[in-house]
Design a protein. Structure first.
Length: 429
C-alpha cells in the first residue's frame, strides 16, 4: 500500500512526496482511515513506528475540510505531549506535512521565555502542541481557551503517567467541549492508562500493531553483568572495539548520572554531551543537533529528556543503568531499530539491578542475551543471573516507583496546579 491509497488530499500527498515518504507504516495504514472517518482512536504501538504521522496527517486533512467554520482565534486542536523535545518534533512534523495548507500551529513548552509563545497565540493558531506545565501557566493567565476545540490528541500517554502528569491530563479533559474527536496514543498500555483511555474515548476503534510492551523485532538485546567501578572501562572498550564510529545513545536514571558519564567519556577522549531536564532549552537543542549531525558521538540522556529523539539510523542504545520501571526499557531501546532499520541495545546490570532485569524480561517475554565482560576489565566480579521469562498479565502488575525523584515535577508546582485546576472549570464555563 502507498499513501496514494489512503484517500489523502493532494496538498498532503505532495508534502509527503517532498519528504520522501511513499509507503505508510502499519500503524499509519491502520489509523489514518479510522481518523478520517471521524472515529475516536486508541493506538498502542511501540516507539519508532510512525505514530506522529498517524495522527497528524489525517487530522490536518479533516481540519482543512472544515477551515473557516470556527472563529479566527479559536484553537481547534490540542496535542498534549509530555516533553519539550517531543513537542518540538511534533511541531516539525506538522510543518512538514501541512506545508501546502493554510493551517497555523504553534508549540508551547516551559524552560524558555513565554512571550514569543504568547504572541503566536494572539495571532491565532488552529493547532496547539503543548506540554502540561506551560499549558497550565498560559491557561491560568487567560492566554488560552479550549472551549472551541474539535480535536484532542494525547500522545505518549504512558510517559505522562511516568512523569506524574496523569492528574493534569484529567483536569485538561474537563475543560474540553463534550463534542470532539479524541486520538489516544501510547507505546505501552498499563492498567491506569487503560482506565484513562476509557474516560476520554467514546466508542474508540483500536489499533495495536505490536503486542503490548513488546520490543522491536529488529533490535538485538544484550546484557553485561558488571560492577559499578567497571562500567566506565567497559563502555570505553565497547566504544572503541564493538561500535566502530557509530553514534551511541546512553541512558542513565538520574540527571547527575548523565552529567557524570558524559564527563568521564570526555576525559577518555570521546565526544560526549548530556541532556536532561536541568539543562537550558537552548543547551538541550544544541546537544541534540550536535548528536544528529555527528559532531557529538555520545549523547547521555535521562528517560524524560530522550523523549522526542528521532533518528532513523541510530544503531546503538546503551543502558548504563537499568531502569527501575520495565516499560521504560521498552521506550529506551525503541530509540534504535526505527523505521524498519536494525539496531542493537546493550545494558549494564549490577548486582542490585538484577530484580529490574527480571521484571524487564517478564514484561518483554524474552530473555536478554548475556555477554561476558572481558576479564582484563573486571575488578569486582558480578555473578551472572538467569531468569525464566514467563508472560505476565500486565493489568495485575503493581507499578513501581515511576521515576527517580530527581526527575519528578516539584511538589510546590504540583500544589499550585491543584489549586488552579479546582477553579478553572468554573472560570472557563
Amino acid at each position: 500500500m502507498t499513501f496514494n491509497d489512503l484517500n489523502l488530499i493532494e496538498p498532503i500527498l505532495r508534502a509527503l512526496q517532498e519528504e520522501g515518504y511513499t509507503n505508510p507504516t502499519p500503524v499509519q495504514e491502520a489509523a489514518i482511515p479510522i481518523v478520517l472517518n471521524r472515529n475516536d482512536l486508541l493506538a498502542c504501538a511501540q516507539t519508532g513506528t510512525g505514530k506522529t504521522a498517524a495522527f497528524s496527517i489525517p487530522m490536518l486533512q479533516l481540519m482543512q475540510a472544515s477551515a473557516g467554520k470556527q472563529p479566527q482565534q479559536a484553537i481547534r486542536c490540542l496535542i498534549l505531549t509530555p516533553t519539550r523535545e517531543l513537542a518540538i518534533q511534533i511541531g516539525e512534523s506538522l510543518a512538514a506535512y501541512g506545508r501546502h495548507l493554510p493551517l497555523r500551529h504553534t508549540v508551547i513548552f516551559g524552560g524558555v521565555p513565554q512571550n514569543p509563545q504568547v504572541q503566536a497565540l494572539k495571532r491565532g493558531v488552529d493547532i496547539l502542541v503543548a506540554t502540561p506545565g506551560r499549558l497550565h501557566d498560559l491557561i491560568q493567565q487567560n492566554f488560552i481557551r479550549l472551549n472551541q476545540l474539535e480535536y484532542f490528541v494525547l500522545d505518549e500517554a504512558d510517559r505522562m503517567l511516568d512523569m506524574g502528569f496523569i492528574h493534569d491530563v484529567r483536569k485538561v479533559v474537563k475543560l474540553l467541549p463534550e463534542r470532539r474527536q479524541n486520538l489516544f496514543f501510547s507505546a505501552t498500555m498499563p492498567e491506569e492508562i487503560q482506565k484513562l483511555a476509557d474516560q476520554i474515548l467514546r466508542n474508540p476503534l483500536k489499533v495495536e500493531v505490536t503486542p503490548v510492551s513488546s520490543t522491536a523485532e529488529k533490535v538485538q538485546q544484550f546484557v553485561y553483568f558488571v560492577a559499578k567501578p567497571d562500567k566506565r572501562k567497559l563502555l570505553d572498550w565497547m566504544l572503541r572495539q564493538k561500535m566502530g564510529n557509530e553514534p551511541v545513545l546512553v541512558f542513565t536514571r538520574t540527571k547527575h548520572g548523565a552529567d557524570r558519564v558524559a564527563r568521564e567519556m570526555q576525559k577518555m577522549g570521546h565526544t560526549a554531551e548530556a541532556i536532561h531536564g536541568d539543562k537550558a532549552q537552548n543547551a538541550r537543542q544544541r546537544a541534540l543537533s550536535n548528536f544528529k549531525s555527528g559532531k557529538t558521538r555520545i549523547l547521555v540522556a535521562t528517560d524524560i529528556a530522550a523523549r522526542g529523539i528521532d533518528i532513523d539510523q541510530l544503531a546503538f542504545v546503551l543502558n548504563y543503568e537499568l531502569p527501575n520501571v520495565p516499560e521504560t526499557y521498552v521506550h529506551r531501546i525503541g530509540r534504535t531499530g526505527r523505521a524498519g532499520n536494525e539496531g542493537t541495545a546493550f545494558s549494564f546490570c549490577m548486582d542490585d539491578e538484577k530484580p529490574y532485569l527480571k521484571d524487564i524480561q517478564k514484561l518483554i517475554r524474552k530473555e536478554v542475551a548475556i555477554l561476558e565482560t572481558p576479564p582484563n576489565l573486571v575488578s569486582e566480579p558480578v555473578a551472572v543471573a538467569v531468569f525464566e521469562s514467563k508472560p505476565v498479565q500486565q493489568q495485575n502488575r503493581k507499578p513501581m516507583n515511576p521515576m527517580p525523584t530527581s526527575d519528578k515535577p516539584k511538589n510546590s508546582r504540583n500544589n499550585r496546579r491543584r489549586r488552579f485546576w479546582s477553579k478553572t472549570k468554573t472560570a472557563q464555563a
